[in-house]
Design a protein around this ligand. Structure first.
Ligand SMILES: Cc1cc2nc3c(=O)[nH]c(=O)nc-3n(C[C@H](O)[C@H](O)[C@H](O)COP(=O)(O)OP(=O)(O)OC[C@H]3O[C@@H](n4cnc5c(N)ncnc54)[C@H](O)[C@@H]3O)c2cc1C
Length: 470
């Protein structure tokens, strides 16, 4: 086991003098739990983990890290695919003591603290018959998801999570508490919505809510791999003018993929088409008729269930402790030959691996591309591949599997990538995610708010950028 470099006795004394929150060092019993990340690929050993309870404690932690030249990691839900919420030898600001969501039903807004989890926001909003469009797993952090964009079951109807973000409060690199919204520090607010981790530690999110629920209507149709091309044709036609209240995903997965085993002869890959319908029960049949065209499925399931049940249905399956890799890109179509190749490629996927096409459009596409740092709104589809496994010996194999799936569809890539579904991180990835013009604008913001790149454990925008525009 690698040795962990801790703080010196003197440093620790100074931290205890200055910081009123919890402090966990490698000598403490809770250290292994405190340093653990959702993705077991990232086994980080920080010198210290601090748990602030207030914005001013967050500021103290930032100052301490800077004064002692400690790499600073920020952690809310701990779900970063890249392991960005951990550090070797640095200081982790763990926001788990800053959970909690308060809803104002008359204003239809929620205030989520910086360490809140999605499940808290869902429960608090649904208690008033309201909802914020967020992600699909309850234990994901509101912070990491929102600062990157926020996609899920209701976005075609209500927009991305950032489209519903009214304001944030954040502690900046120089320890100031700043409020950003459309009218307060609007340029910073532009950058927060898509590249938010670069500018500070967000201690509160103010989000707009919509009347909704309590039921969500869902369906899954499973087809044999031989139908992959024909089903894709049906899917892409349907997605072109589907109602906003329907979200839909086309996936190619190995046969054992939680699907009805009878769908795949002798381990053959399968094709899954799943939808979520957020309207009335009596609209579902008519609204999804287009998805029922084409080949006969081997299995069909449909259910109407409480939204909160849907939002936690996969919380255990996608629980902590497994190894994970993901990559994605935006496209307006997928060539039939690519579908064939992906079917072939699925045969060597891990049992929990798949290639997916998520339809965008609806409210996502109605926001102007330049309105926020988030890039790729006009794309018709989000293409991604992901894999989960347990044995470290499989790391190279399954990362290569995901990357190969993306190579197959690279010819259809258009500008932009969804930052939260790309585990690889570096200057080239940042450029692919935001595009050159947005990287230049973000680099200017970074120079204004974090010139020393204190917040660099993320899909980082370097202050120098490659921005020669001044
Ligand atoms: C099981 C699972 C399901 C997912 N489902 C969805 C989904 O449905 N929709 C979707 O859009 N994405 C989804 N994601 C991706 C998810 O949005 C990102 O992994 C996101 O970064 C997780 O946020 P977190 O707070 O849990 O992560 P963390 O690992 O805690 O943080 C992620 C990044 O945000 C920074 N950060 C964290 N908190 C703050 C803060 N308060 N202020 C500033 N920076 C901060 C960290 O430094 C790090 O760079 C999913 C990921 C997983 C693992």
């Amino acid at each position: 086991m690698p040795k962990t470099t801790g703080l010196t006795r003197d440093q620790l004394r100074r931290l205890r003098d200055a910081f009123a929150g919890e402090i966990v060092t490698p000598r403490d019993d809770g250290y292994d739990e405190a340093r653990r990340l959702w993705n077991a690929m990232h086994d980080r050993r920080p010198a210290v983990v601090v748990r602030p309870g207030t914005s001013s404690e967050v500021a103290t932690a930032i100052r301490f890290a800077r004064e002692h030249d400690l790499e600073l990691a920020v952690r809310s839900g701990g779900h970063s695919a890249s392991g960005h919420s951990g550090t070797d030898g640095g200081l982790v600001v763990d926001l788990s003591r800053m959970r909690g969501v308060a809803v104002d039903p008359s204003a239809r807004t929620a205030r989520a603290n910086g360490g809140a989890l999605l499940g808290e926001l869902d429960v608090a909003a649904q208690a008033h018959g309201l909802v914020c469009p967020i992600g699909v797993i309850g234990h994901t952090g509101v912070a990491g998801l929102t600062l990157g964009g926020g996609v899920g079951r209701l976005q075609r109807r209500f927009g991305l999570t950032i489209d519903n973000l009214r304001a944030v409060e954040l502690v900046t690199a120089d320890g100031r508490l700043v409020r950003a919204s459309e009218t307060e520090e609007p340029e910073l607010f532009w950058g927060i919505r898509g590249a938010g981790w670069n500018f500070g530690i967000v201690t509160a999110f103010e989000l707009g809510l919509h009347p909704f629920g309590p039921e969500l209507h869902r369906g899954v149709r499973i087809y044999p791999a031989s139908a992959a091309r024909a089903v894709w044709e049906v899917f892409r036609e349907y997605a072109a003018d589907a109602p906003d209240r329907v979200s839909m995903i086309y996936s190619i997965a190995p046969g054992a993929h939680g699907a009805d085993a009878s769908a795949s002869a002798a381990g053959e890959p399968v094709v899954l088409v799943s939808f979520n319908h957020s309207g009335r029960a009596d609209e579902v049949e008519r609204d999804t008729a287009g998805l029922r065209q084409g080949p006969e499925p081997v299995s069909v399931t449909a259910v109407s269930q409480p939204y909160l049940e849907a939002q936690t249905a996969h919380d255990l399956v996608l629980g902590w402790g497994r190894r994970f890799f993901i990559a994605g890109l935006y496209a307006n179509d997928v060539r039939p030959e690519a579908i064939d190749e992906l079917v072939e490629h699925a045969a060597s996927a891990p049992a929990d691996g798949s290639f997916s096409v998520t339809a965008q459009g609806g409210a996502i596409a109605r926001v102007d591309e330049d309105a926020m740092a988030f890039a790729g709104r006009a794309a018709r589809f989000d293409l991604s591949a992901d894999a989960r496994w347990d044995d470290p010996a499989d790391d190279d194999r399954y990362r290569a599997w995901v990357r190969r799936a993306m190579e197959v569809v690279e010819p259809e890539a258009i500008e932009g990538r969804y930052v939260n579904e790309n585990a690889d991180a570096g200057p080239a990835e940042t450029r692919a995610i935001y595009g050159d013009a947005k990287v230049a604008r973000l680099a200017r913001l970074k120079r204004a708010w974090d010139p020393d790149n204190v917040f660099r454990l993320n899909h980082n925008v370097a202050p120098a950028g490659d921005d020669h525009s001044g």
